[in-house]
Design a binder for this molecule. Structure first.
Ligand code: URA
Ligand code: SF4
Length: 207
């Protein structure tokens, strides 16, 4: 049987965050590398206690080559500070390392990655978790949560719950994606969602 195409074929023999990042820059484990500018690997403190997992780089991240540097990232950092989490002390990454989009006029519109793309990219995430060994993983949004808990996971049912003793980390918590807060239909909803998000992060800080 032909081996399934995935990032697994690109993992370096000797594993460190540095060697992983270098190898991921050359990954062709699925087709997403073709249209994207570059691989956006995770970044942050090497032995961070808290690891945040988003969905995939957005337009700004694809251009910059760094995770969560656009509007969603700014909101995430603001929420961390409000929750007494030092943004420089965490590790931040994504379920998928290349930006998936369609072009509409001058804009590149985000596309949710497919399950086969999540699976193809998963070896990078596995390797990052193994290196960082966080005490808590925070899944930002449904895509990250499904990567960790399987595709049956429903964020609306489990939001903010601490899920103990998974193979990934001693504690895992799922919350909304910061982009969802940015997309709120009005200011009142946005403020309410931001407050709930900060409350979830405070529970993370307490762990
Ligand atoms: N949204 C994500 O999920 N990840 C990023 O890096 C930026 C925006
Ligand atoms: Fe490799 Fe992931 Fe990029 Fe696909 S999305 S090419 S698996 S790094």
């Amino acid at each position: 049987m032909k081996p399934k195409r995935s990032a697994a074929n690109y993992l370096p023999e000797k594993r460190s965050l540095k060697s992983l990042r270098e190898a991921a820059a050359r990954c062709r484990g699925c087709d997403l590398y073709k249209a994207a500018t570059q691989t956006v690997f995770g970044e942050g403190k090497a032995r961070a206690k808290i690891m945040f997992i988003g969905e995939q780089p957005g337009d700004s991240e694809d251009r910059a080559g760094h995770p969560f540097v656009g509007p969603a990232g700014k909101l995430l950092r603001r929420a961390m500070v409000e929750a007494d989490i030092d943004p420089d002390g965490v590790y931040i990454t994504n379920a998928v390392k290349h930006f998936k989009f369609i072009v509409r006029g001058k804009r590149r519109i985000h596309q949710t990655p497919r399950v086969i793309e999540l699976q193809a990219c998963r070896p990078w995430l596995d390797a990052e978790v193994k290196q960082v060994k966080p005490d808590v993983i925070v899944a930002l949004g449904a895509t990250a949560a499904k990567t960790l808990f399987g595709s049956d996971f429903r964020l609306t049912m489990h939001r903010g719950e601490t899920i103990l003793s998974s193979p990934w980390a001693p504690n895992i918590i799922a919350t909304v994606h910061p982009s969802a807060i940015l997309r709120a239909r009005d200011d009142q909803t946005r403020h309410r969602e931001m407050a709930k998000f900060i409350a979830d992060l405070k529970r993370v800080a307490a762990v």
